[in-house]
Ligand binder design. Structure first.
Ligand code: GLN
Length: 450
């Protein structure tokens, strides 16, 4: 099969299904077909991603194409350069077909904070796909592309992967370059792949991982061979079940599928034990101080001068105010205010500094468990996909939905969500959390399990 045939099949599938799913903010059919045709002469050394159609979350810069971050403030913005992950995929022969819908600036867990329209869950169009990488999860679940990229600051790859029944990986902080990712909360953000299988996920991770001098937080380590890690053997692997994660708040149907997953892993030879992550109860509060604090600083650059929208005003300050009030949606404005408050003098010590200290305690919880265990297992989300509209206007309930994913970003460790069954016809995801830079073990256990 030629790249042009594959890409044309992908584009046809998008035209046939995306009116309902709405995974895309922009589809670049012509650009994609042109590139695919150029790739039709397949070289002898073509790699595994050569000619493969993929999709990119709309907060990753793609030269000459729009990058809106799901926000009205960037509705007219066109990228001036490629993100490092995008250039790496280009070099590998990937054909990007479009930019996927997302919660505005990656703030949200349902996709309903998109400044344009919500994406629908392909399993049940009346339900949310999860977020913030809503379109990236939905497009893979709908069979429109073979993989996509998302970003994960507090769960935005893993939670939508779980809601849409696909595999989603958040790498260790520092494994994948963030250069060209529009920052939400820089000390949490990581880019990672959505795929149908763990093997595909390993292939995409291999292509995007590695040191990048353009991102000072990117780790200077050699990247292991992730496909070689998929041995199918997890005999003796030690899996910890955090008791704090298995308390109240977990949907009964989710619990049932997770318990089955644990039995399957035991039957494969894994050794399961209860562990404790004692500071879990502070994770959501800590995240919702630190992430908005970083966001308030990162989003200061959208001032009506440098990028996208400008709403004229009576003077400079008035122009800033009008541009930002019209350009940013409600959730983004809420978080900028929260973050500015937490960073302001007089409150900094009480909120921001204290939250940083708690972040360290949460990281130490993980370090302690990993002295005796190889991975930690939990559900990815407490519930399956819920109905569109059902949680709008209730941000705190929404924030609590991230309880199993947020601690992972606070600690900077990697985690993967893998489909583990259905409840009432909706997918459930199991999450495996690993040691820093030990994606190999995560992929191995996920692959043996799936
Ligand atoms: N749902 C979380 C938030 O709203 C996480 C989002 C993300 O990972 N980008 O911040």
């Amino acid at each position: 099969i030629k790249p042009s045939e594959l890409v044309s099949a992908s584009l046809e599938r998008i035209s046939a299904t995306d009116e309902k799913v709405r995974a895309y903010l922009s589809v670049h059919g012509e650009v994609a077909m042109e590139r695919a045709k150029q790739l039709d002469e397949i070289p002898a050394d073509a790699g595994l991603l050569y000619g493969i159609p993929g999709a990119i979350k709309d907060n990753l810069n793609t030269k000459g194409l729009p990058t809106t971050c799901g926000s009205k403030i960037l509705e007219t913005y066109t990228s001036a350069y490629d993100a490092t992950v995008v250039s790496k995929l280009n070099d590998a022969g990937v054909v990007s077909v479009g930019k996927t819908n997302m919660d505005e600036f990656a703030m949200g867990s349902t996709g309903e904070n998109s400044g344009f329209f919500p994406t629908h869950n392909p399993w049940d169009l009346s339900r949310v796909p999860g977020g913030s990488s809503s379109g990236s999860a939905a497009t893979v679940a709908a069979g429109q592309v073979l993989f996509s990229l998302g970003s994960d600051t507090g769960g935005s790859i893993r939670q939508p992967a779980s809601f849409c029944g696909v595999v989603g990986l958040k790498p260790t902080y520092g494994l994948v370059s963030r250069f060209g990712l529009v920052a939400y909360a820089s000390s949490f953000d990581q880019i990672g792949p959505f795929t149908q299988t763990v093997e595909d996920n390993a292939i995409v991770l291999q292509a995007i991982a590695g040191h990048d001098p353009l991102d000072s937080t990117s780790a200077n380590l050699s990247v292991p061979d992730y496909l070689a890690a998929l041995t199918g053997d997890i005999k003796g692997l030690r899996i910890g079940l955090p008791k704090e994660y298995f308390g109240e708040g977990m949907d009964a149907g989710v619990r049932e599928q997770i318990e089955k997953a644990i039995q399957t892993l035991e039957s494969l030879g894994a050794v399961v034990g209860e562990v404790t992550l004692p500071h879990t109860k502070y994770a959501v509060a800590t995240y919702y101080l630190l992430a908005p604090a970083e966001a308030s600083s990162n989003l200061a650059r959208f001032d009506g001068v440098r990028y996208g929208l400008r709403v004229e005003g009576e003077n400079l300050i008035d122009m800033y105010k009008r541009t930002r009030s019209e350009g940013f949606g409600e959730e983004v404005q809420t978080r900028i205010m929260l973050g500015t408050y937490a960073l302001s003098s007089g409150y900094y010590d009480a909120y921001y500094l204290r939250a940083q200290k708690v972040r360290t305690l949460i990281k130490q919880d993980f370090d302690a468990v990993f002295e005796n265990y190889d991975v930690i297992l939990s559900p990815t989300a407490p519930t399956p996909a819920f109905a569109l509209g059902s949680n709008v206007g209730d941000p705190v309930t929404m924030y609590l939905n991230d309880i199993y994913t947020i601690p992972v970003n606070l600690a900077g460790v990697p985690a993967i969500s893998v489909p583990c069954g259905l409840t009432n016809g909706l997918p459930v995801g199991v999450q495996f959390i690993g040691k820093h830079f030990d994606e190999s073990t995560l992929l191995r256990v996920a692959h043996a399990f799936e």
